[in-house]
Design a binder for this molecule. Structure first.
Ligand code: ZN
Length: 336
């Protein structure tokens, strides 16, 4: 009976682990699509096509689709079963692509069964960092950062694309895998709730977690434990309006991205500099909110100004444009 029970339970367990907290597919596809348009006709575009066999717009959702890989229980095989609810993943739902997603997760996780933490289902932690809003720059070692956070993940992908080894704990098997991941992580790096996090005390006052003894209960987990009108604040920021994505992909995005200033310094320093840029650009997304005391379930309810939705969409637009510009900038630096 047991194997059969596992087969029945597995889809349910995996559904619970699917990318509810991921920057949505529209955002990632828009970032990839803007970069595709900027790179058109360049040596980098030729390399991208030969490595991926697709464009960046398609590749940019792969890392979230890989979150559909899980285990029925500790020690069980890693199996992709994300099919159904995420149409953007249909492209990868064939035996070879599913095997590639399973292999990536197996190499970058200890366990990935239902409710596994991001520490043991480690590849999920590659999508974010949680620098406190009280900081003015990203620096490794601050509360919410780690050697397997979003900034470290981008640096690891760049190393592999430059024929260097990825630093531990990353296990990136090929340039194809690195480019799929990079095209996704650059999008996450520009979603404010994937980079900055407000830390709150029990009464809902903002605190600085880098001073004194850090209390893990003060973490809002990238705004996943903040509710705004009943919705997770993180999820609101993941959602990109379809009309905005359509406009940006129709050429408005690439035209604006061409005006984004070049990043100074060496490409090795860019991921940290861009994280700092998102930290600063994203501050108003949290600083205009006020918070009720933490409730018994560990959740804070937020109140926002009346024009918060309009402000959010304006910032999302700006951030997707910067992400597309910087993805293209980084690939041009790798393949001039
Ligand atoms: Zn992500």
């Amino acid at each position: 009976m047991r194997p059969k029970l596992c087969l029945i339970l597995l889809p349910l367990l995996l559904l619970a682990a699917l990318p509810a907290d991921a920057f949505g597919p529209l955002g990632h596809q828009t970032v990839g699509g803007i970069a595709d348009q900027l790179l058109r006709g360049s040596p980098a575009a030729v390399r991208v096509r030969s490595i991926l066999g697709s464009n960046l717009q398609t590749a940019a959702v792969w890392a979230d689709c890989a979150k559909g890989v899980g285990q029925a229980k500790p020690g069980a095989p890693f199996v992709y079963d994300g099919s159904g609810p995420y149409p953007e993943c249909t492209y990868y739902e064939n035996p070879a692509s599913q095997a590639a997603m399973e292999a990536f997760v197996r190499r970058n996780a200890t366990h990935c069964y239902a409710n596994s933490s991001d520490e043991v289902c480690r590849h999920k932690s590659y999508h974010y960092t949680d620098v406190a809003t009280t900081q003015t720059r990203y620096a490794r070692g601050l509360v919410g950062t780690s050697d397997h956070d979003l900034v470290a993940a981008i640096q690891a992908c760049v190393a592999v694309l430059r024929d260097e080894a990825a630093p531990a704990p990353f296990h990136i098997a090929s340039k194809k895998e690195a480019l799929r991941l990079l095209s996704h992580y650059l999008g996450d790096l520009h979603q404010p709730m994937h980079v900055l996090s407000v830390y709150l005390d029990a009464s809902g006052q903002v605190l600085n977690p880098d001073v004194g003894v850090f209390d893990p209960k003060s973490s809002t987990k990238g705004a996943n434990t903040i509710l705004l009108k009943g919705s997770k604040l993180h999820a609101l920021w993941d959602g990109v309006p379809g009309s905005l994505a359509t406009r940006l992909l129709a050429g408005e995005g690439a035209a604006a991205a061409a005006q984004v200033p070049a990043t100074p310094g060496s490409p090795q320093s860019w991921p940290e500099a861009w994280a700092t840029d998102t930290l600063l650009a994203g501050q108003p997304a949290l600083s205009v909110l006020s918070f009720a005391p933490r409730d018994a379930t560990g959740v804070w309810r937020a109140t926002a100004p009346a024009d918060y939705k309009a402000r959010r969409e304006a910032l999302q637009r700006e951030q997707m444009i910067k992400a597309g510009a910087r993805l293209a900038e980084l690939l041009r630096a790798i393949w001039p």
